[in-house]
Write a protein that binds this ligand. Structure first.
Ligand code: ATP
Ligand code: MG
Length: 463
């Protein structure tokens, strides 16, 4: 929700710290909230829409905080100013001076223009390509045309709203971990080995050798676990996902955490904690934006307030088989299966205890039954599926060597990882949360591409 007092406070605070160098003083959100009634303001923004006659011109101006209609009359603003406004095409940038008046019309307020200038015009030979009809056909930004024009699509209301929701999600994840004394820690993005298996590794030439883009922060986070004990990050991860699904990107934002001495249950508590904290922060700060996205707020409230049930992998397989899905014990669950499993869930569910054969070497075998590993995936309801993958790590030297060898993974690139066990290994665990997936689900969007400014997939690295 746009909070004028809050924004006003920020503006005042900024002015105190940077003096009169601020390039902009008035915000449309403050105008429509009634903070400047009957006063003169200078609005700086972009032409959203315009119409009118020879004598009077109505321009809806937008800035990052909202929209407001400005009314320019030829006999008030003068010939030259009137004509320049009349020629200002959609997305021209403008500076408009005028007095704020409350009205019964849309936005509740209007600005009676006294003078105006066009700051950055739009050439009539190349009008702004994203028209209302292109938007109507768009299905949430999905057409190739809108993806090709993504740099311009960012200015549309839907995308602006999503970017604000996304920023709030990032902020809430940081505050969840920082409030619990986690240290933010950065791992390298160029690495020598895989975390999630070779098939999705991006190989990059590296001065006559080969390196890879990291798939996860985890292995390097484990190295700092004996130093920091509770650590987290938010950083991009890279995976060469060949198939294009509604939830896979090749570059995605990964919130990851690692805790020393922690069990699978403790790590799950944090997974549930951070997701519920994000949902409740969105309700507090972004309820209008969520509604603009078409999200039912009572659903988000349920995700913030409910406890997330836990279910073993074996039970999930039984449910799927009872629904006639062909799935064998030992398979990892892909999106098609998670979709069926979660379509009648009302809240996120943890799936725990996957078969050892389905998971990479770093997952710790369950001492009570080493056919399974002590891991979890958090599956979002409504058919969204996995948003978190985590668990306990294999932590003794003997066990990690056994797991690496049984997988047929070469030991060499993982010597540093084995060392973490050689020098005072301790039980520990952590998870990875897909931030773009979290934004997609919580805002009720259809496709992960809607939740990131410049989506990357196997077919697209432009614009
Ligand atoms: P999936 O089965 O959907 O490919 P995964 O098991 O490979 O997921 P993990 O390796 O557990 O995923 O990664 C942790 C989290 O990172 C996932 O729960 C998901 O939220 C996110 N994630 C993984 N791969 C992608 C991707 N290609 N695009 C966006 N988010 C991803
Ligand atoms: Mg995957």
């Amino acid at each position: 929700m746009y909070m004028p007092s809050n924004r006003g406070f920020i503006t005042d605070g900024l002015r105190r710290s940077i003096g009169d160098t601020m390039g902009k003083e008035y915000w449309i959100g403050d105008v429509t909230a009634g903070s400047h009634d009957a006063k003169e303001v200078v609005l700086k923004g972009w032409v959203h829409r315009a119409r009118g006659s020879n004598k009077i011109w109505f321009i809806v101006v937008r800035d990052s905080t909202g929209h407001v209609q400005c009314v320019a009359k030829r006999d008030v603003v003068g010939e030259e100013c009137f004509e320049s406004l009349r020629n200002a095409l959609i997305e021209s940038s403008v500076e408009i001076t005028g007095v704020v008046e409350p009205t019964d019309r849309e936005h509740g307020h209007e600005v009676q223009v006294s003078s105006a200038t066009v700051v950055g015009p739009v050439n009539p030979d190349r009008p702004f390509p994203i028209t209302e009809s292109a938007m109507e056909d768009s299905d949430g930004g999905e057409t190739e045309f809108l993806l090709d024009n993504r740099h311009l699509y960012l200015r549309t209301s839907r995308m602006t709203t999503m970017l604000k929701i996304r920023s709030t999600v990032f902020g809430a994840i940081h505050s969840y971990f920082r409030d619990r004394d986690f240290t933010e820690y950065q791992a390298p993005n160029f690495v020598a080995g895989a975390v999630e298996g070779g098939s999705t590794l991006f190989e990059v030439p590296y001065f006559g050798k080969k390196a890879y883009l990291t798939q996860s922060w985890q292995l390097y986070a484990e190295a700092a676990m004996p130093a920091l004990e509770r650590l987290y990050t938010m950083a991009p991860s890279f995976r060469a996902e060949k198939s294009r699904t509604r939830r896979h990107l090749t570059e995605f934002w990964h919130a990851e955490m690692e805790v020393a001495w922690a069990s699978n249950d403790e790590v799950m508590e944090h997974g549930e904690g951070v997701v519920r904290h994000v949902a409740s922060t969105l309700l507090e700060e972004m309820s209008e934006e969520l509604e603009e996205m078409g999200r039912d707020l009572s659903m988000v409230a349920r995700f913030a307030e409910s406890e997330y049930p836990r279910m073993r992998y074996d039970e999930a397989i039984e449910i799927l088989q009872s629904k006639g899905v062909e799935v064998e014990w030992g398979q990892d669950l892909d999106y098609s299966k998670e979709k069926i499993l979660t379509s009648d869930f009302e809240v996120p569910h943890f799936l725990t205890h996957y078969p050892r054969v389905a998971k990479p070497f770093y997952h710790r075998p369950d001492p009570e039954d080493p056919k399974y590993v002590l891991c979890h995936d958090l599956l979002a309801p409504e058919g969204y599926g996995e948003i978190i993958g985590g668990g306990e790590r294999t932590w003794s030297e003997e066990e990690i060597l056994e797991r690496i060898d049984e997988e047929g993974t070469p030991r060499d690139p993982y010597e540093f990882y084995i060392d973490i066990r050689r020098y005072g290994g301790v039980p520990h665990g952590g998870f990875g949360l897909g931030v773009d997936r979290l934004c997609t689900w919580l805002s009720g969007a259809e496709h992960i591409r809607e939740a990131i400014p410049f989506p990357r997939d196997s077919r697209r690295v432009t614009p």
